[in-house]
Design a protein. Structure first.
Length: 239
């Protein structure tokens, strides 16, 4: 793709080892970003990382954590509206990190208007690139229903799904006053991978539903804010 001089500068900067070290250092210093249970992550590549979405920061937390795990930036599936935010706009415009944008006007997840997202993600996985997505398809005040996109990608590529739970993110940037919104205590908890081969005996629709249900159960197991599908936890205080 052709880039302006400014975009070319941003592209080179983001790929510079010094910038990458500073980027990771920032998230460790300001948010105490920690990773737990990395032994759950298969050594094989590519992988589909799928987790919860409790704050507007989540894409940056996920990219940073998976960069440390993989040694390279993952392909990110993100809501198209992120291209309107300063910083994110430059990253998307320069293609410094491959970001596959969903339709910002649609809340249908990976169906309908967002069907091309699946095709682009399949292409990335078949090139050997790992993919990161937030399985609800949108940020919520409580954990919402999961879309079937991760299961669909796994069934069509054989790539394992690595569930992860972001903790300490609920309310960041949304409710907190400046400057409190710019720091916190965030951790990424990985869970045992879901192998699509274990669901190969099921019909496609049933396999997708079963894998998505199992993905959500593993993510919920470490959640520190309410689950919209569990009425007993909706009134639980924030951790």
């Amino acid at each position: 793709m052709r880039r302006t001089l400014a975009q070319a500068f941003v592209f080179r900067a983001i790929h510079a080892p010094l910038f990458q070290r500073l980027w990771v250092a920032y998230f460790h210093a300001m948010f105490g970003l920690q990773r737990h249970d990395e032994a759950c992550i298969p050594r094989s590549r590519p992988l589909i990382f799928a987790g919860n979405h409790g704050s507007h920061w989540d894409g940056l937390f996920s990219i940073t954590a998976m960069f440390e795990v993989l040694g390279e930036p993952p392909t990110m599936l993100a809501w198209g509206g992120v291209a309107d935010f300063p910083g994110s706009r430059e990253v998307v415009a320069t293609a410094a990190v491959e970001v596959i944008l969903t339709d910002p006007s649609s809340h249908s997840g990976l169906r309908g208007a967002n069907a091309p997202v699946l095709r682009k993600a399949l292409t990335a996985l078949r090139r050997g690139q790992s993919v990161v997505l937030h399985a609800e398809g949108r940020r919520g005040d409580a954990l919402g229903p999961f879309k079937g996109g991760a299961a669909f990608l796994a069934r069509h590529t054989g790539a394992p799904i690595v569930p992860f739970t972001l903790r300490g993110v609920h309310g960041l940037w949304r409710n907190l006053p400046w400057p409190d919104r710019w720091h916190g205590s965030v951790s990424v908890h990985f869970h045992p991978a879901i192998d699509p081969a274990a669901y190969a005996h099921l019909l496609s629709r049933d396999a997708t539903a079963a894998m998505t249900g199992e993905l959500r159960r593993r993510v919920v197991s470490a959640l520190d804010y309410p689950d919209s599908l569990d009425a007993t936890k909706l009134s639980a205080p924030r951790a």
